[in-house]
Ligand binder design. Structure first.
Ligand code: AMP
Length: 283
């Protein structure tokens, strides 16, 4: 696996692959890699001849007081994991490579970027959209892969890529979970042992709620019950538990189309997000 740090290097390498007729897939990450990231690399291999991953902890998607400084960093370990996972090229830029002095632009997205994560983190999707468009323009792949773990982010990326006519296919990868059901996340490392055991109640309650909804339970009552169950299980706050249209994330008051149950909770000072697909009963 090649590791490159600068924009001209990566442009040159990807251009030479594409000139040779090879299809290139791209997996952007913030590092602290786990099985969820590696599943995207595996999926990328199925769609392309060459796989490029990036590791860049994007300061613009963190607000003051969030975990930018403490976000886990271990480039050597990440590099080994990517190499063993079948990645051909790691792009690991420095902050100056992405945001040189004088940088003044940002991308605001409406539609799927409204609500849910934005209510708790209003800065977040502007930071994400700005860096994703930059990375897509720098790497210039044929396709790019994003996890359904960050379902709202996946829809925001699809929206901005379509709106700005970027000639790149956006592919979603299924959520990869630990044995007890907790979705892999770099931020799970912040949980102490007791909180980590406790955290599995989050996906469990989401699954129970999903099953009730799929069997026709009332949406408002089910979401209310889920919120109560999370608080009863010791989650300190519930930012949202919502049932939304799977395509545009508009809130649903009845399950009459493919939907997504999405949640964000706090446990022991750590914020966790997760979501599940919910399909209406066949009529
Ligand atoms: P991050 O490093 O957290 O920015 O994530 C990089 C990519 O990995 C994003 O597209 C995430 O949605 C995806 N991802 C993170 N966790 C998981 C998971 N448990 N399963 C599948 N994809 C994931």
């Amino acid at each position: 696996m090649i590791t490159q740090h600068t924009v001209p290097q990566i442009r040159h390498q990807v251009a030479s692959w594409r000139a040779a007729g090879e299809r290139v897939a791209f997996v952007p990450t913030m590092g602290a890699l786990h099985a969820g990231h590696l599943s995207l690399v595996t999926l990328a291999r199925q769609h392309a001849d060459r796989v490029v991953a990036s590791i860049f902890i994007n300061p613009r998607q963190f607000a003051a007081g969030e975990d930018l400084d403490s976000y886990p960093r271990d480039l050597d370990r990440d590099r080994d994991m990517l190499e063993r996972g079948g990645c051909d090229l790691l792009f690991a830029p420095n902050r100056q490579d992405i945001y040189p002095d004088g940088f003044q632009s940002e991308i605001h997205v409406g539609g799927p970027a409204q609500g849910l994560e934005s209510d708790a983190r209003p800065h977040f999707f502007t930071g994400v959209a700005t860096v994703v468009v930059k990375l897509l323009n720098i790497v210039a792949p044929d396709c790019a892969l994003f996890g359904e773990k960050d379902y709202q982010q996946l829809l925001v990326v699809r929206r901005v890529v379509q709106d700005l006519d970027l000639p790149i296919d956006i592919l979603g990868g299924a959520i990869i979970r630990e044995a007890d059901g907790l979705a892999f996340s770099s931020r799970n490392a912040y949980l102490n042992a007791a909180a980590r055991r406790h955290a599995a109640a989050f996906p469990r309650i989401l699954h129970e709620t999903r099953d009730a909804l799929a069997q026709g339970a009332d949406v408002a009552q089910s979401l209310h019950a889920a919120r109560d169950a999370l608080i009863a299980q010791g989650f300190t706050a519930v930012d949202y538990i919502a049932l939304c249209d799977a395509h545009d994330l508009s809130a649903l008051s009845c399950l009459d189309r493919p939907a997504r149950l999405l949640g964000a909770v706090h446990l022991d000072g750590v914020r966790l997000i997760d979501n599940l697909s919910v399909m209406p009963e066949e009529s």
